[in-house]
Design a protein around this ligand. Sequence first.
Ligand code: HEC
Length: 159
Amino acid sequence: MLKSTKTLAAIAAFAFSAAIATTAQIAPAMAEEAAAADTQIVGDPKKGKRVFNRCKACHTVEEGGPNRVGPNLYGIVGAEFGHLEGYKFSANLMELKAEGKIWDEETLSAYLKKPKDVIPKGIMAFVGLPKEKDRAHVIAYLATFGGPEAEADAADPAP
Ligand code: HEC
């Protein structure tokens, strides 16, 4: 009887340590995944099309589309500030353009979250998209309409 109790205890101890070992291996992997999900949400252009409804009162995005209250946004992702001639941008935006500011995804996301954080005296009267997901989706949608990368591909087609 004593012997089998010992054996049981040994089995239990083994199972316990195995469980700890497994948890210890899984925990960092889960933490890593969570961190990745936090920093880089993958934008979905289809969802972004819906988010863009909130921009449409002021912006078109198709190639050669008209300016409205805001400029046409064709090719905006990766482009320089004030990416288009024939639209009267704010003085503040033009100053930043002169400094060489670019609409990379990070800058776009900050601007769409809170326009005044990027262009304090800018004229885009938009409340902002508080959800990171919405910003990622709409940027992914904008990226389907031209931009420096698309132009580079067109100029240098893959063999
Ligand atoms: C109420 C009208 C309005 C709404 C709504 C609006 N914008 Fe704008 N947007 C503007 C105006 C006006 C400017 C010009 C800003 C300036 O010159 O300071 C602008 C500028 C921009 C620029 C900079 C363009 C460039 O060439 O530098 C981007 C990018 C942009 N808007 C994206 C968006 C997106 C994406 C949305 C929707 C999530 C949106 N805007 C919603 C009016 C608006």
